[in-house]
Design a protein around this ligand. Structure first.
Ligand code: NAP
Length: 445
């Protein structure tokens, strides 16, 4: 591995395909024989630091249409939280089901699961049938794993029934020194970013792009008012940028003065500190309080000068969904990709149908959408919102930060990269964007 790393650090990549790939590598895993370790505990008490391991695992065989990538950096996504606490179900169920589909897919069904759905790094090997990528290419990877053998995926790959999220529903993810990806996950690494900056955005930026901008999601247009829950979190910090970048007006919801300040630094003027304003949408475990929805809606109108949100960018789920449906504009959309606080949502349907609102379900992004989202980063229109960066052996702590909601923006992880600040291959371009990069870089709390 050292020879590979030396070549990358020296930026001598022409012959990297000739350097021997080791037979094993270090990756962040969960173990199949530990899926019951948190049984009976409340979600908040399940500790990723106990379930995540750094293991030496065998390098998988390379199949057609695949690439083996030397991973310089990765990032924590909420799916790593779900995998690490085995909720809503252990990810080994995905691996077993996938493994049954073909002899090649059987590689993924292991007693360990190497997690991680983001990477920046360098292609080491490509499998048969790969023409667009070669060893030495500097890349980032999006996390849609799809073979496109089914007709349903051919208008929108997210509609393919065999679509999977790499590093969550497949093995050999990005929180590791090496990763196995399909080459239709690869995209050029933005040359003005460091390894850890480049690895921060893939999953959340692509998801937010489809959810908010794409016609497959809310199809945001200039002038729209967009209510963004968790506006400094992974998804929200990119949704806020996409809204501002596309001529919309974000109304950012956050839970602390520091997060409110970050929204303002990103350029958003309308911010609600949900904690300071004390919204209690649920009066008890079973009952929502419409007076609180109304108080929240009135606050939004106060900030916007009377407008209701054309789009509500939803992901907290159970706790906020009733309020989200209530506050959306007549004819507006509630676009949801998640249910962090619980996936059984209840809302008052009278507000939906009488006011002709839409609920749109969305999930990750197709290659085209991920590519467009990455292009915005390459062009310096969207910037990584990276905060704390951890070494690979502290991925448990990194995941625990996200689980405990003590993070801001994205939490990065260095894999092969020996330190922060490496990997910029276009210093002039970086210089040009530096004020913006620094504006969006989040000070670790
Ligand atoms: P994140 O970095 O933790 O950010 C989420 C933010 O939401 C938090 O920082 C928090 O901000 C806010 N929040 C959390 N619980 C809340 C609640 N009960 N009420 C109001 N706000 C709440 O996570 P993320 O990366 O943005 O992901 C968010 C969710 O989306 C996760 O469930 C994840 O699995 C899912 N997701 C789905 C997809 C997909 O493709 N379907 C892709 C990415 C993520 P404040 O405390 O500041 O309000």
């Amino acid at each position: 591995m050292q020879k590979i790393l030396d070549a990358i650090l020296a930026d001598e990549l022409d012959d990297i395909g000739r350097i021997d790939v080791p037979t094993s590598y270090r990756g962040v895993t969960v173990h199949a024989d530990e899926v019951d370790m948190f049984e009976g505990m409340a979600t908040a008490d399940k500790d990723p630091r106990k379930s995540l391991h750094l293991d030496e695992v065998p390098v998988p065989e390379l199949g057609p249409g695949e690439a083996l990538v030397a991973v310089m950096a990765s990032s924590i996504n909420y799916n790593t939280v779900w995998s690490s606490i085995f909720e809503p179900l252990p990810t080994f169920n995905f691996l077993r089901r996938y493994g049954r589909t073909s002899p090649l897919a059987a590689r993924h069904d292991q007693p360990y699961h190497v997690l991680g759905s983001d990477l920046s790094g360098v292609v080491l090997r490509t499998g048969p049938g790969v023409n667009n990528w070669k060893p030495g290419d500097k890349v980032v990877a999006h996390c849609l794993d799809v073979a496109l053998e089914h007709p349903d995926g051919h208008s929108d790959t997210m509609l393919d029934p065999a679509q999977r999220i790499w590093g969550f529903e497949t093995n050999f993810g990005g929180l590791a020194e090496l990763a196995l990806v399909k080459t239709n996950q690869l995209m050029p690494k933005p040359a003005h970013l460091t390894w850890e900056e480049a690895a921060a955005s893939g999953l959340v930026n692509s998801t937010a792009y489809r959810q908010l901008v794409s016609r497959n999601g809310a199809g945001m247009k200039q002038g729209d008012v967009v209510l963004i829950w968790g506006a400094t979190g992974g998804l929200g910090s990119y949704a806020t940028q996409l809204a501002l970048n596309g001529g919309a007006t974000p109304v950012c919801v956050v839970s602390s003065p520091a997060k409110a300040e970050l929204c303002r630094r990103m350029g958003a003027e309308l911010v609600i500190d949900r904690k300071a304003e004390g919204y209690r949408f649920w009066s008890d475990e079973h009952t929502q309080d419409p007076r609180e929805w109304k108080r929240f809606g009135a606050r939004i109108r106060e900030l916007t000068g009377g407008d209701d949100p054309d789009i509500v960018f939803e992901h907290p789920g159970r706790e906020t969904f009733g309020a989200s449906v209530f506050v959306a504009k007549r004819g507006g959309s509630i676009v949801t990709c998640a249910s962090t606080s619980g996936y059984q949502h209840t809302y008052d349907n009278r507000y939906l149908w009488m006011n002709l609102k839409n609920i749109i379900g969305t999930h990750f992004a197709n290659y085209r959408e991920a590519w467009e989202a990455n292009r915005l980063i390459t062009k310096g229109r969207i910037h990584p919102t990276l905060s704390t960066v951890y070494p690979l052996d502290q991925a448990g702590q990194a995941t625990s930060d996200v689980h405990g909601n003590v993070h801001q923006g994205k939490v990065g992880v260095l894999c092969l990269a020996p330190g922060e600040g490496l990997g910029v291959s276009d210093p002039e371009r970086r210089e040009r964007f530096l004020p913006e990069i620094n504006r969006f870089r989040v000070d670790p709390q």
